[in-house]
Ligand binder design. Structure first.
Ligand SMILES: Cc1cc2nc3c(=O)[nH]c(=O)nc-3n(C[C@H](O)[C@H](O)[C@H](O)COP(=O)(O)OP(=O)(O)OC[C@H]3O[C@@H](n4cnc5c(N)ncnc54)[C@H](O)[C@@H]3O)c2cc1C
Length: 360
C-alpha cells in the first residue's frame, strides 16, 4: 500500500496515476475537503512557451527539475483531460505561456472518483512508503517567520491546512532543503477583510502602473521593475514595515486595462477600508495622485522546499535518496526559484513522476 499525504493537485494526480498503474493507494487529506489550494485557484496549468525565457525568469531554480516540468507538461495536460478533468480554456491567454485552464471543481471530482479512497480529516504523514503532497508551508506562521522573515504578518491566500507537515517530517528523516526558502508566490491584496471566495477577484494586480510606497513614505519599488506576475513586488512588500504598501494611482494609471477591467474598476471593487484619500495618507503623495490603495502582502505558496531528483525522490544533502519517500507539488522546492512558474504544472508533472517511480 502506498500512502499519499494530501488530496490537493499533486495528491489527486499521484493517487490517480498509482491506481491506473494497478497499485494499492490510500490518499489521506488533513482538511475537510479534497482539492487543496487548487480548488480555490484560477486553475490555469501552464509552462513558459520558451525554455530560455523560463530559465531567465526563474534563474535560481534547479535546471533538471525545470526541464522535467517544461518537457513533460503538454503530455501531462492531455493525460489530465483524458482522466476526466474538464478543460474550460484551450490556451492561457498569455502569449508568453502555453497551457490549459481547467474547471477546479470538475478536476477535483474527476480525480477523487478515480482514486476511490480519499480519507478526509486524516494526517497523511508518517506512514511509508509515502508521497508527500502537503502543499508547502504557507499556512505555518512559525515556518514563514523562520524562512521568509517578512517584516509583518503575511495574510494567507491559500488553503488553511498546508502548514509544512511534509517538510518537517522529511527533514526529520534526513531530507535536504533547496534554495529559495525565503521566496513565495502570492499577491498584494487589499488591507481589509476578505475571504477565500475573493482570492482571485480582490487581487490588486496593477502594481506595474502604480507608484509604490511603504508606510514611511519611501518609494521602495519602481513600477518599471514589476514582473508580469508581480511576484517580485509582493515579495518586496513583505519586507516593508507591516508587510504593507500603498499603490498610488494617477489618471493615466487608472485608465489602464488589466485583462477585462480597467485599473479604476479594480480599485472601485476593492473594499472601501483599503481605499485611502490622498489627504489621509501618512506621507505627501506625488503630484497627480488621485487615489491610494493600501495593500498587504499575501502568501499563496512557498517556492523553496524539499530537495527532490527527476524521479521526485526526496534527497539528502549528499545527493542520496531517502528510502521510501517522494515529494510532489509545492512540497518539492526549487522549480520556480528567482521568479514564478505554474504551481499546478509542478504538481501535475511531479505527481505523475512520483507515482510512476513509486509504482516501480
Ligand atoms: C487564488 C489562487 C489562484 C491560483 N491560481 C493558479 C493558477 O491559475 N495556476 C497555477 O499554476 N497555480 C495557481 N495557484 C497555485 C496552485 O493552486 C498551487 O500551486 C497548487 O495547488 C499546488 O499544488 P499542491 O498539490 O502542492 O498543493 P495543494 O493543491 O494546496 O494541496 C495540498 C493538500 O495537502 C493537504 N495537507 C496538508 N498537510 C497535510 C497532512 N499532514 N496530511 C494530509 N493532507 C495534508 C492540504 O489540506 C491540501 O489539500 C493559485 C492558488 C490560489 C490560492
Amino acid at each position: 500500500m502506498i500512502s499519499v499525504a494530501g488530496a490537493g493537485m499533486a495528491g489527486l494526480v499521484t493517487g490517480t496515476r498509482l491506481r491506473e498503474l494497478g497499485r494499492e493507494v490510500v490518499v489521506r487529506e488533513k482538511g475537510t475537503r479534497a482539492g487543496g489550494s487548487m480548488l480555490l485557484s484560477s486553475c490555469v496549468v501552464w509552462r513558459h512557451r520558451d525554455w530560455d525565457q523560463f530559465r531567465r525568469e526563474c534563474p535560481g531554480g534547479d535546471e533538471r527539475l525545470q526541464r522535467l516540468v517544461w518537457e513533460r507538461l503538454d503530455d501531462a495536460l492531455e493525460w489530465l483531460r483524458s482522466s476526466g478533468a474538464p478543460v474550460v480554456w484551450e490556451d492561457t491567454g498569455n502569449p508568453a505561456t502555453v497551457g490549459k485552464r481547467f474547471d477546479p471543481r470538475g478536476l477535483t471530482e474527476a480525480l477523487a472518483a478515480r482514486v476511490g479512497r480519499v480519507e478526509l480529516g486524516a494526517d497523511g504523514v508518517g506512514e511509508e512508503p509515502a508521497i508527500l503532497c502537503t502543499g508547502g508551508f504557507a499556512a505555518a506562521d512559525e515556518l514563514v517567520t523562520r524562512y521568509i522573515a517578512p517584516a509583518g504578518s503575511l495574510r494567507l491566500r491559500a488553503n488553511p491546512w498546508s502548514a509544512g507537515d511534509g517538510l518537517v517530517y522529511a527533514v526529520e528523516r534526513g531530507a535536504a532543503l533547496t534554495t529559495g526558502l525565503d521566496e513565495f508566490y502570492g499577491r498584494n491584496m487589499p488591507d481589509a477583510p476578505w475571504d477565500e471566495t475573493q482570492f482571485v477577484s480582490a487581487s490588486q494586480l496593477y502594481g506595474r502602473f502604480a507608484r509604490i510606497y511603504d508606510e514611511d513614505g519611501v518609494e521602495f519599488f519602481r513600477r518599471g521593475d514589476v514582473s508580469w506576475s508581480e511576484t517580485n513586488v509582493v515579495q518586496a512588500t513583505a519586507r516593508r514595515p507591516g508587510a504593507r504598501a500603498y499603490y498610488l494611482l494617477d489618471a493615466d494609471a487608472l485608465a489602464r486595462p488589466v485583462r477585462d477591467r480597467t485599473v479604476a474598476e479594480m480599485v472601485e471593487a476593492a473594499p472601501s477600508e483599503a481605499r485611502v484619500p490622498v489627504s489621509d495618507l501618512p506621507f505627501a503623495a506625488p503630484p497627480g495622485t488621485i487615489v491610494a490603495v493600501r495593500v498587504i502582502a499575501s502568501i499563496t505558496h512557498t517556492l523553496g522546499g524539499l530537495q527532490v531528483d527527476e524521479r521526485a525522490r526526496v534527497l539528502r544533502s549528499d545527493g542520496s535518496a531517502v528510502e521510501g519517500l517522494w515529494a510532489a507539488g509545492v512540497d518539492a522546492g526549487g522549480v520556480a526559484v528567482g521568479g514564478y512558474a505554474s504551481g499546478l504544472a509542478q504538481a501535475l508533472v511531479l505527481g505523475l513522476t512520483a507515482a510512476e517511480d513509486a509504482a516501480r
